[in-house]
Every structure is written in structure tokens, then in C-alpha cells.
Design a protein around this ligand. Structure first.
Ligand SMILES: Cc1cc2nc3c(=O)[nH]c(=O)nc-3n(C[C@H](O)[C@H](O)[C@H](O)COP(=O)(O)OP(=O)(O)OC[C@H]3O[C@@H](n4cnc5c(N)ncnc54)[C@H](O)[C@@H]3O)c2cc1C
Length: 453
């Protein structure tokens, strides 16, 4: 996604943009080896959808044409928070809910149609070519013939995802690898796809169930209706409490979340996929912005630079924000003289993704066995505040609206959840109303499930 979006914005300025992709690219919306995360629930946040619409006018109509449902946050999405279910109200925030392969396919189709963009598939990039402190191209190997070749370029953008080899490529040229910050709450996903039963009691297009630290319950999950009247269900376990990938274990794990809503929805539904597991979900920031020495004309973006625990569904939107930053910054440079551009771009990345990073890492630092720097006072206070907020959400539309705006990256988190009126509501609720977390209901009946809206 980051590579495709970068290609879209680069195509405005450069004569030719070439995308190098290791996989064979399918002719339609299909899973492929290079993106194993596509088997898991992928939320395109409203901010991400707006960015895609801005970069590819008509994109939302493209999504609608794939039968991706349109969800209104508050009306169609139910969150089970520490205080219970979020209220049923119209937040005015909408998104199409679709599988990752559909979103990527729609983007790739648009990018491939750009006259100056070329996609070379089944080639693996395995190094950089450099001269006099400047990257001048890449080395690559054909997966079909194993032939090694090089491709010259004025600017090289690495967007190879979480397993990016860019640190090794830099070392091979005599530069340091970037320092890394890793915050790992030992989270794991297990996901399965279902046909939505005709008589389902689920009225929502999305259900999300939060983990409950204080009750020692490190399990959560999500259910998302996607195109083709299917559900994708992802179970999440943190602190090493990984969800199992066998049939009975998967269902039992679903039954033991804070609410049985997801379990009740799927227990009689027809599975249409195996159960997929995923365990490398740590937050990892590779600090390219801190490099003391770097070659010119080489930048790194997307998960290759800043990978987030996907629990908040921010990765594709973060890639969109980074692409917009690339567009903006490049607009200030003459393409014949890009000296300083790489350093300036890398410095901007942690800033444009700051809210996403803070949200994902603050949450992960609550788990007892988390690896990484200890939370500072501000993080500890903000976690406490989010607990209060989460407990107030079921009783207050304004508080829920503020949470949605921050989570969807529509407003800076500070402006949304720290707005004085929101702070007042949260404090009033926490001081004078409910002080207890909603007890985890042992069982949710079909009638109750129908009532969750
Ligand atoms: C389990 C899971 C669930 C997620 N859920 C969400 C979600 O709900 N919402 C959301 O927005 N984000 C989610 N994400 C994150 C999201 O997938 C990524 O943040 C987003 O795709 C941007 O990543 P990227 O483009 O940097 O890398 P990727 O999407 O991983 O793409 C990397 C590409 O580079 C190719 N490649 C790699 N190495 C080479 C090489 N040497 N040569 C040539 N090609 C190469 C790969 O084949 C692949 O096509 C999730 C991630 C995971 C792991």
C-alpha cells in the first residue's frame, strides 16, 4: 500500500515511476504471499478512505461497486468498551468496510492505469546502487530466471513492509543501520472468514471488543462485514495469550472475550476459510530520521519505517498520510537537485504518524510482559484518562464521538479527546457516576445480540 501510494504521488513529478514487486500480481482481488496480513481483518479508517478519494477521485464509488458495505460509525459499528457497549447514534463518520485484498486491488488498478507508472512483478530488490554518496538505483533479481540486474533511478523509495531489508542494504554501502524502538506486547491474531447467515441476529457491520486489563483478560476481537456478504472475524490475544488456530480452540477463545457477541454471531455461521494465525505484531520504529550519515536520494516509508500493532487499524491510513507528506515535501524541491530531501522526509515521518504511534504504543505498554521502554508519566496518565474515557463512552455520545475522531485520525488526538467539553464529561462521569468496569457478561443471548446496535 505504501509503495502504491508513493508511486501515485511521484507520478505527478517524475517522468517514469517503476514499482518493483516480489510477488506475481493477481489479476483480481486475491491473497498473495507477500501480504500475509490480508487474511486478517483490515479496517480502512475514514481518514485513510478520504486520502484515497483525494488521490484517486471516485475511489469511494469504486469501493461501493465491489458491494463493500457503507458503515456509519456509531450506527453500524458497536464497540464493547470497559464501560459496556458504545451508544447508538449518528456520528456522521462513514467508511466502506472491505477486505484488504479488495482495497489493495482497487488502489493497484488505479495506479497501474497511470500512463507513466510501470509495475515490474516477480522481481526481488536485494540491494542499492550508489555513487559519491548518492543512491543511483537498485539491484534486483528475477524470481523466474534468477537473473540479477540493476535499475537506475533519481529517487529510490523503499516500501517493502515489516520485513524490509533496507538496514542491511545501507550497511552494505558502509552506512549504519537505523536505531530501532520496539514495543512488543506479544500480541497474536487468529482470523476466519464466514458466510453471513440469512437469519443472523447481528445488525452491525462491525463489532469490536476491547481487552480488559484490570480483569486480567488480555483477549479482544473484531467482526467486520465485508463485500460479498461475508464476515471476517479476528481474535486478538495480548501478553502471550495467543488465540488458537484450531476449530474448537478458536470458538472457545471467542466465547471468553469481554462479551460473547462475536461468539454468538459465528457459532452457527458457515466458515469459508481456514483459521489463519499471525504473531509478528510488535510496534517497530526504525529511526531513519536519526541517521548521522545517509546516502541522498533514498527514502524508506510505510511499515518498513514505522510498523504499528494493527489493533487500531491504522497502517494503511498511516501509509496514506506519509504519501501526502511525500507529495507536499517533494513540491518544494527541484527534481534535479534532491540533496537534503531524504533527510527532510525521514524527519517528517515520525511527526505525521505521531498520533497513530502514540495510540498503539501507549495501549500496548499496559500489558505486564511488554518489551520496550517503560511508559513515562505522560503515558501512564494518558492510559488512565483513556480508561475513564472508555468507561464514559457508553453513556455519552460526545465522548464516543471524540474517541471516534481520534481513532479514525480525523482530528489530532489532543483536539478530540482533550477538548475541554470532553474532558469535563469524562471527569464528571468518572467522579460521580460509574466507577466500576462493566462486568464481563458470561453469555449474551440472541435477543441481547439483536439489541446491540
Ligand atoms: C495482521 C495484520 C493486520 C492488519 N490490519 C490492519 C488494519 O485493520 N488496517 C490497516 O490500515 N492496516 C492494517 N495492517 C497494517 C497494514 O497491512 C500495513 O500497514 C499497510 O499495508 C502498509 O504496509 P506497507 O505498504 O508498508 O507494506 P505491505 O503492505 O506489507 O507491502 C509490502 C510489499 O512489498 C513487497 N516486497 C517486500 N520485500 C520486497 C523486495 N525485497 N522486493 C520486492 N518487493 C518486496 C511485498 O511483497 C509487498 O507487496 C495490518 C497488518 C497486519 C500484520
Amino acid at each position: 500500500m505504501a509503495g502504491l501510494l508513493a508511486a501515485r504521488v511521484l507520478s505527478d513529478r517524475f517522468d517514469t515511476v517503476t514499482i518493483l514487486e516480489r510477488d506475481r500480481l493477481p489479476e483480481s482481488a486475491e491473497h498473495r504471499a507477500g501480504v500475509p496480513q490480508s487474511h486478517h481483518l483490515h479496517t480502512l479508517l475514514p481518514r485513510g478512505q478520504r486520502i484515497l478519494e483525494a488521490l484517486f477521485p471516485g475511489f469511494e464509488a469504486d469501493m461501493a461497486a465491489t458491494s463493500a458495505p457503507l458503515a456509519v460509525w456509531g450506527l453500524d459499528n458497536a464497540f464493547y468498551t470497559l464501560g459496556g457497549w458504545t451508544p447508538h447514534f449518528d456520528s456522521g463518520i462513514t467508511t466502506h468496510t472491505a477486505g484488504r485484498v479488495s482495497v489493495e486491488w482497487l488502489v493497484r488498478r488505479r495506479v497501474a492505469a497511470l500512463p507513466n507508472v510501470h509495475i515490474l512483478a516477480e522481481v526481488e530488490v536485494n540491494g542499492l546502487v550508489a555513487e559519491n554518496g548518492r543512491v543511483t538505483g537498485v539491484r534486483m533479481i528475477s524470481r523466474a530466471t534468477r537473473e540479477q540486474s540493476t535499475l537506475a533511478a533519481n529517487l529510490v523509495v523503499e516500501a517493502g513492509g515489516r520485513r524490509s531489508q533496507a538496514p542491511e542494504w545501507l550497511q552494505a554501502l558502509g552506512y549504519d543501520a537505523p536505531e530501532e524502538t520496539v514495543i512488543d506486547a506479544h500480541c497474536g491474531y487468529a482470523s476466519r472468514w464466514y458466510e453471513i447467515p440469512a437469519d443472523t441476529a447481528v445488525a452491525n457491520k462491525a463489532i469490536a471488543v476491547q481487552t480488559r486489563f484490570k480483569q486480567g483478560l488480555y483477549r479482544g476481537g473484531g467482526l467486520l462485514e465485508v463485500e460479498g456478504r461475508r464476515w471476517v472475524v479476528t481474535l486478538l490475544g495480548a501478553n502471550g495469550d495467543y488465540p488458537p488456530t484450531d476449530e474448537a480452540g478458536f470458538l472457545e477463545f471467542a466465547r471468553t472475550l469481554g462479551t460473547t457477541a462475536i461468539y454468538e454471531a459465528i457459532r452457527k455461521a458457515k466458515p469459508i476459510s481456514p483459521i489463519y494465525g499471525y504473531r509478528r505484531l510488535e510496534n517497530r520504529m526504525r529511526h531513519y530520521e536519526r541517521l548521522a550519515r545517509r546516502p541522498e536520494n533514498f527514502i524508506v516509508m510505510g511499515d518498513a519505517a514505522i510498523a504499528l500493532n494493527p489493533i487500531y487499524g491504522q497502517g494503511m491510513t498511516a501509509a496514506g498520510l506519509e504519501a501526502l507528506e511525500l507529495q507536499k515535501l517533494l513540491g518544494r524541491y527541484n527534481l534535479g537537485q534532491l540533496d537534503g530531501f531524504a533527510a527532510a522526509f525521514q524527519k517528517r515521518l515520525p511527526k505525521v504518524t505521531a498520533d497513530a504511534w502514540t495510540m498503539a504504543t501507549a495501549e500496548d505498554r499496559r500489558y505486564p510482559d511488554v518489551e520496550g521502554p517503560k511508559p513515562d508519566l505522560v503515558t501512564r496518565f494518558s492510559n488512565r484518562y483513556f480508561d475513564w474515557l472508555s468507561m464514559a463512552m457508553p453513556y455519552d455520545n460526545r465522548v464516543t464521538q471524540a474517541f471516534f475522531e481520534a481513532m479514525c485520525l480525523l482530528k489530532p488526538a489532543k483536539r478530540a479527546v482533550l477538548h475541554p467539553r470532553v474532558v469535563f464529561s469524562v471527569l464528571r462521569h468518572s467522579l460521580f457516576s460509574r466507577k466500576q468496569e462493566a462486568p464481563a457478561p458470561a453469555h449474551l443471548t440472541t435477543a441481547e445480540l439483536r439489541a446491540v446496535r
